[in-house]
Every structure is written in structure tokens, then in C-alpha cells.
Design a protein around this ligand. Sequence first.
Ligand code: GH3
Ligand code: MG
Ligand code: MG
Ligand code: MG
Length: 318
Amino acid sequence: YVYKENRYSYEYVVKLIATLARNRHTKVLVADDSALSRKFVRNLLELHLFEVIEAENGARALELLDAVSGIRLLIADYNMPGIDGFELILRAREKFSREEMAIIGLSNDTDETLTARFIKNGANDFLQKPFVHEEFHCRVSNTLESLEMVRQLWEQANLDYLTSVYNRRFFFNRFSQQVPVLGQQGASFSLAVLDIDFFKDVNDKHGHDVGDFVLTEFASRLKQSLGQHFTVARFGGEEFVVALKGLDGKRALALMEGFRERLAMEPFVFGELELRLTASIGIVALGHDSEETLDSLIKQADVALYQAKTNGRNRCVL
Ligand code: GH3
Ligand code: MG
Ligand code: MG
Ligand code: MG
């Protein structure tokens, strides 16, 4: 219909359909004290199938950002009583990075410095009220498109391509500076290195596809078993590392023992195949007042892992 009526190019229409399909699951929070303005923006967004959430002031917007997960775009009016658009954006950016959420500022103020100020505070773009329908949609789709590109780049740089858990690069970025600080604070922190036992046999007997399936399933079981609180990374091959922030050696050992036992009990099912697999786990705890680094911790965990392997596999060594 759009194609015929507007004589858009075929490519444009294909892109539009893809965009609409994506928008359907995209949550947008509209923070504006004017009910009329909110309704206007809501209508424009709904025309393009976005899921719209409204906040009548800055404080409510912050509440909703906490309560509702997966908001991809915040449209924030500048003039609002209490927390205004600037403060809202500053506070929203403390919680949501540019990879997670885009922000567009709005105002009917004619102050020419507003655009720059909004963007300096963390907005991706700015729109002057009143705006026309077409401009609004161009800005929104450009902003979301670049958000998607940044997110994809971020994923390619930080996630393991096969299992989607974090990769080595992410793990080092997150923890190499933290470990010395945690050590000085005397905080509890443990690290576990896991290696699947006789994994090469899986590849040799059943092929690489089954090997890949096992790695993916192993990673997701590990993540599920540990919960959101701990960081799981694949360091390469069939070796995974877990950061157990807040856990001393004893508690880390108990947690990893639980995982190891469940792993050994529940076979991996791939079509007709039922594979029983075990893993060996090396654990190290950060000592109090230590001058440990992430590298030194990993080395020690590797030594413990080697012990677990030579002592007969399917065990944890602390
Ligand atoms: P051990 O109990 O001593 O750990 O023995 P193992 O067979 O698990 O260990 P080894 O290091 O000898 O073999 C690891 C194998 O993992 C060899 C390699 O081909 C395989 N591998 C590494 N990366 C991948 C991958 O991405 N996919 C698949 N399918 N296999 C992989
Ligand atoms: Mg206002
Ligand atoms: Mg192995
Ligand atoms: Mg290995």
C-alpha cells in the first residue's frame, strides 16, 4: 500500500517493513508534563507500532526506568516541574549506557543552546516542538538504528560468538582493575576456572556440531545455575571462567560443587544421543589485604584445575 501510494522505492518499503516488525517489540518511555504533548507523541509512535509508556514528570520517569525492563528509547521533555529534562537524562545515563538505551530531548523553548546542552548531558538527539510527523520519525528511527549498530558492535566485541556468554576481553575489562581494589578492601571474591572433561572425545565420536551444541548447552546451564549475580565467560575451547564476587573460598566451593554434581547427573540430549559429561573446576579465593591481580588469580585457579584433572577429574579443587 505504502509502496503504491507514495511511490517509494522497493528497497525503502522492505526496510520499512523490517523496521515496523522491530518496533513492535520496542518500548519507548515518553516523559512530558503536558498531557496533550504526551498524547501527540504517543500517537506518532503508535503509528509506527512502538510500545509506548508515559510518565507525567521526571520522578515518575525514573521510577518507570527502574520498574520496566527493556526500555530502548526515552523521549524527555525539557520543561517539567521537579526533575526537569536535563536532570532526568543525567540520572537515566547513570543507569543506562548508550549501548542500552537511546535518549531524545524535546522542548518548545526557543533557547538555541538547548540542543548542545541536551547532547552533552547524554541525549542522542534533540527535537524542537512543534515538529512535523516526518521529522519526528526520521529522528526516532535514525537514533534507534544507531543504537542497534552500537549494540551489535558491542556484542561482537564482548560476547563469545558460539555460546553468547562474555568473552575473555570483556572479563579482563571488567575485572582487571576491580581485583586489586577488592583485594585492598579485603572484600570477598573468588574465581573458578572450569574445563569439560574429555571434551575432545565428543568431537571425535560425534562430530563438531555435537561438540558445539555441548559447549552452548554447558554455557547456558552454567549461567542458569549461577544466576544473574555472577559473571560467566568463555576463555576459549571448552574452558570457562566465573567471577564470584562476594563469595569467599568456602562458599565459592559449595556453589561450584552444586553445579558440578548437577552437571554429572543430567545428560546432554542431542536428538537420539544422550551424553554424560563432567567438568573439572579450579577455584581460588582472593586473600585479605592481598596484592593479587586478575592474572595471578587466574594462574592459581589454573593450577587448582590441573590438580582436579590429575586427581581424577569430575571434581573441584580450592
Ligand atoms: P581434558 O579432560 O584433559 O580436559 O581433555 P579434553 O579432551 O577435554 O581436552 P583437550 O584440550 O585435549 O581438548 C579440547 C578440545 O576442544 C580440542 C578442540 O578441538 C575442541 N574445541 C575447542 N574449541 C572448540 C569449539 O569451538 N567447538 C568444538 N566443537 N570443539 C572445540
Ligand atoms: Mg513541559
Ligand atoms: Mg577439557
Ligand atoms: Mg581444555
